[in-house]
Design a protein around this ligand. Structure first.
Ligand code: SF4
Length: 173
């Protein structure tokens, strides 16, 4: 598949949400943000701030769209609280690697640091993953352009989601 990355490029968080829940992606894309009130998100921010305390200027903003936790000569590194959303975390990092390669001719590997489990996972971009990223970008574009959210589906982690009340609490008469 050949895509126009200038048109389809998105923030990394949208790739993450695409794999977590397409309805969450749609709400985020419409500016409905409830994340700042969510404990899990707050603790994620604290974890990010406390990671790599000896390293200065950890976060890098690329093209005003990608917020990389840390970039070294070999790796793009991401910090996550736990590996519960492993697929989404991996695809977000793969997307960063894909973007750097396609737009800037920069080849890096990825490293995810799961803080709770104290483990690291290396990811290496392949042509199969590139195809998956391209398909995801096309689908993300169509979800975000849609006037209506994807149909509600109960997922195992809905009760921990910042949008839970939005999705499931019915108005009282
Ligand atoms: S509560 Fe569930 S369905 Fe609603 S946005 Fe969150 S994960 Fe998706």
């Amino acid at each position: 598949m050949s895509i126009d990355l200038d048109i389809l490029k998105v923030q990394g968080v949208k790739i993450n949400y695409y794999y977590v829940c397409k309805r969450k992606l749609w709400m985020f894309s419409k500016g409905i943000t409830m994340e700042s009130n969510n404990d899990r998100v707050m603790s994620g921010k604290i974890v990010h701030e406390r990671s790599y305390p000896r390293v200065k200027n950890k976060e890098s903003l690329v093209d005003d769209i990608l917020k990389l936790d840390m970039i070294t000569s070999e790796y793009v590194r991401e910090v996550k609280i736990s590996s519960k959303m492993k697929k989404a975390d991996e695809m977000q990092l793969y997307y960063y690697l894909y973007y750097l390669k396609k737009k800037m001719n920069i080849d890096k590997k990825g490293l995810i640091n799961y803080v709770t489990e104290k483990k690291q996972e290396e990811v290496v971009l392949t042509s199969d993953v590139e195809g998956e990223i391209e398909e995801a970008l096309v689908n993300i574009n169509s979800i975000c352009e849609s006037k209506y959210p994807p149909t509600l589906q109960k997922l195992p982690y809905c009760t921990k989601c910042a949008y839970y009340e939005f999705c499931f609490v019915k108005e009282e008469n």
